[in-house]
Design a binder for this molecule. Structure first.
Ligand code: NAD
Ligand code: MG
Length: 381
């Protein structure tokens, strides 16, 4: 029986994690759940999975949730304090970081310090604080198990292989809903257009990140930290059908790939059971009806999200934080229909241009850089 906590249990990854738990009631026990504001769903989850602790975004919501579940034996906490308490919950062995954004950094680091394994979906955390998180995990002998489908694919391809034999990581991308369009054709796209991902059903922020290709940029940085490779060893390949989830090229030229239907429960389950595999109900790839898998180069002139991310990664230090924070704020504005699609790139680019890089930022400097980026954007947009 594995004791698991889920940071962000009401979101896309969180609910699919609970689906995996539901399919294997004898293997997992949920000890803690957290959500931002959806307390109706959180209440349902508490009633179904009986965690000892539940955390919500604000004190006001905590009060409301407390009165809704007063017949149950569950402790309710709120805010960052609550997330940090959850991170060190004694009975929890592994925490799924299914929260969105840099808010995940501190709870993830606390969980590592407390010796909890991390099933990592929250890529923004690794992108901005990978230089702090990876050494901390090593120091505390904690496993960082990737949940992002591309990184899980690479992790699966690397199973039983020597990391030294890796020549190149090939991260696949669907290209998003606007693949094939040119820049001028993106000027007037709507929020509804951008939210239509061709293959995956995900949370709103990552769906917009997929449309801008910022997501792929974040994933390149995520891969750099997770697998300890140089940026030059990572190549993005557009594979519009989302059947190959990523590949590894080894020193001898052999390329290993992981294929499957687009179903996040597979990488979630792989992280939770690693190194074992278990039956997963659902659709399978059918090579009798599958007609083709095609490949393209990413269009980096149109989709600036990728080259901007690579520039931030090359600059290093605090620049990935600026890239990520600017994107988080820009996407929030786009979701509220306050800016246009291409303004997302403009906000990221101008935020990066004005920033003076701190070479080895500590946690305080990372969070301060995030705050400064937000303040600058608010003063300008
Ligand atoms: P989502 O928006 O569907 O869910 C986010 C969760 O975080 C929700 O439970 C929400 O309540 C919680 N949350 C948000 N803000 C919070 C706050 N301020 N305080 C406390 N809780 C808060 O997002 P998602 O699509 O599940 O993505 C989660 C993470 O996983 C992201 O980092 C994303 O990039 C990554 N990821 C997602 C997918 C996917 O298929 N959805 C795939 C790969 C990686
Ligand atoms: Mg991904």
């Amino acid at each position: 029986m594995k004791m698991i906590g889920i940071l962000g249990s009401t979101g896309s990854i969180g609910t699919q994690t609970l689906d995996v738990v539901r399919n294997h009631p004898d293997d997992f026990c949920v000890t803690a759940l957290s959500a931002g504001s959806n307390i109706a769903l959180l209440e349902e989850q508490i009633r179904e999975f009986s965690p000892k602790l539940a955390v919500v975004g604000s004190e006001k919501l905590a009060k409301e949730l407390k009165s809704r579940v007063k017949d149950l034996n569950v402790k309710i906490c709120s805010g960052m304090e609550g997330l940090l308490e959850m991170a060190v919950q004694p009975e929890m062995e592994i925490i799924v970081t299914a929260i969105v954004g840099m808010i995940g950094i501190r709870p993830t680091m606390e969980a590592i310090r407390a010796g909890k394994d991390i099933a990592l979906a929250n890529k923004e955390t690794l992108v901005t604080a990978g230089h702090l998180i990876m050494p901390l995990a090593e120091e505390h002998h904690v496993q960082i198990l990737p949940v992002d489908s591309e990184h899980s694919a690479i992790f699966q391809c690397l199973h039983g292989e020597s990391r030294k034999a890796v020549h190149k990581l090939l991260i696949t991308a669907s290209g998003g809903p606007f693949r094939g369009r040119k820049r001028a054709e993106l000027a007037d796209v709507t929020l509804a257009d951008a939210l239509k991902h061709p293959n995956w059903s995900m949370g709103q922020k990552i769906t917009i990140d997929s449309a801008t290709l910022v997501n792929k940029g974040l994933e390149v940085m995520e891969a750099k930290w997770l697998f300890g490779v140089a940026l030059e060893q990572i190549q993005v390949v557009v594979q519009p059908q989302s059947i190959i989830h990523s590949m590894v090229e080894f020193e001898d030229g052999a390329v290993m790939a992981q294929l499957g239907t687009p179903d996040m429960r597979l990488p979630i389950q792989y992280a939770l059971y690693y190194p074992e595999r278990k039956y997963l109900p659902g659709e399978r790839l059918d090579f009798r009806t599958l007609s083709q898998i095609t490949f393209e180069q990413p269009d980096t002139e149109t989709f600036e999200g990728l080259p901007l991310a690579l520039r931030a990664a090359r600059d290093g230090g605090s620049m990935p934080t600026v890239f990520n924070a600017a994107n988080e704020r820009a996407v929030a504005k786009f979701l509220r229909k306050e800016i246009r699609f291409l303004d997302i790139y403009e906000i990221i680019r101008t935020s990066m241009e004005r920033h003076r890089v701190i070479a080895h930022p500590d946690l305080e400097e990372v969070l301060q850089t995030e705050q400064e980026t937000y303040e600058w954007i608010e003063s300008r947009w």
